[in-house]
Design a binder for this molecule. Structure first.
Ligand SMILES: C[S@@+](CC[C@H](N)C(=O)[O-])C[C@H]1O[C@@H](n2cnc3c(N)ncnc32)[C@H](O)[C@@H]1O
Length: 301
């Protein structure tokens, strides 16, 4: 049984996958989706979570089905690049439906992301007004709108797959819903992003993928991925040594690695600063260049 099931299926948008034909009739596509959604719920533990990534059009149907068998938690809007399609609002987000198998028993951790600041002057983007004396040093709790995590835009940063997700999205979901040692299942594993994220966070993982070439990429990523994304004893999501998601409950341990301006209102203009001497003692893994597809290709060439 899985603690987290995460699905990033083909979106029926005629994408060019190697093996899968991404061009079905609407009802045929939805019938198929209901079948695998049913199976995912079946293998999710009573304390577990189910997340599905897709475009809003299909997620409305998924929700109608899932609402009859599980507990709705969130529709997470993940910022995307929009393209004008004519006679419609410009689509600017993908959705991640987040369900609990049973919300009274679900394992769930509040998570935080770093404050967003002006690159030039360092001042917080958000005006906290009279509330700045209560600012959290690291950053706010993550909401149901994710605009700080970006899609992989440039082909050189992507493996040869039309829809590879960034690891940071999966790491956020995994930190929010599981503990180290828990089981994460992805039935549309593609190039193995979910599995790599699970491995880096000390979770067990299982992926299913139709195409042998994508499986080969996933295996290669898993052998080369840095096995540990941890600061001291705390599992964290990071990009090039900068934390992008932490659990709220881990901050008391993590704050030991930072010089934190005082009083709290000073956070408005001055960021917390990581202390590299403490990091060296704690062996903070930096995201090695070997993680990127282009670097992996250079290494294996
Ligand atoms: C949107 S992609 C997943 C990408 C993945 N999240 C990543 O980051 O690499 C969907 C994947 O589902 C696979 N697929 C389609 N039908 C499948 C099936 N019946 N069983 C397993 N995988 C399937 C496709 O080959 C494709 O790689």
């Amino acid at each position: 049984m899985a603690d987290l099931t995460f699905a990033d299926p083909p979106f029926n948008l005629a994408k060019k996958y190697r093996s899968y034909d991404d061009h079905r009739g609407g009802e045929e596509y939805l019938d198929w989706c209901r079948q695998w959604l049913h199976e995912l719920l079946r293998i999710t533990k009573p304390t577990g979570s189910l997340c599905v990534h897709n475009i809003p059009k299909w997620l409305t149907h998924y929700a109608a089905f899932l609402n009859t068998q599980a507990d709705f938690r969130h529709w997470i809007a993940w910022d995307a690049l929009g393209m004008p399609l004519g006679k419609t609002l410009m689509p600017r987000h993908y959705g991640i439906l987040f369900y609990a198998k049973d919300k009274r028993r679900q394992k769930f951790y509040e998570i935080r992301h770093p404050h967003r600041r002006c690159r030039k002057c360092g001042v917080l983007h958000k005006d906290y007004g009279g509330k700045k004396h209560g600012l959290h040093p690291f950053g706010p709790l993550v909401s149901d709108v994710w605009s700080d995590l970006h899609r992989i835009k440039h082909a050189s940063r992507r493996d040869p797959h039309p829809c590879q997700l960034p690891e940071t999205v999966l790491e956020r979901i995994i930190l929010m819903t599981t503990d180290a040692g828990d089981v994460v299942v992805d039935p549309f594993a593609g190039t193995g992003t979910t599995l790599v994220a699970a491995r880096k966070l000390g979770r067990r993982y299982l992926g299913i993928e139709l195409d042998a070439a994508y499986v080969a990429i996933a295996r290669e990523r898993l052998t080369q991925a840095h096995p540990v994304s941890r600061l001291g004893e705390v599992w964290v999501s990071q990009v090039r040594g900068a934390l992008v998601t932490i659990r709220d409950c881990d901050w008391p341990q993590l704050q030991a690695y930072y010089a934190i301006p005082e009083p709290a209102a000073a956070i408005e203009t001055a960021p917390i600063v990581f202390d590299w001497r403490l990091a060296a003692v704690a062996s903070l893994p930096t995201l090695a260049a070997a993680q990127t597809p282009s670097a992996r290709r250079r290494k294996t060439a």
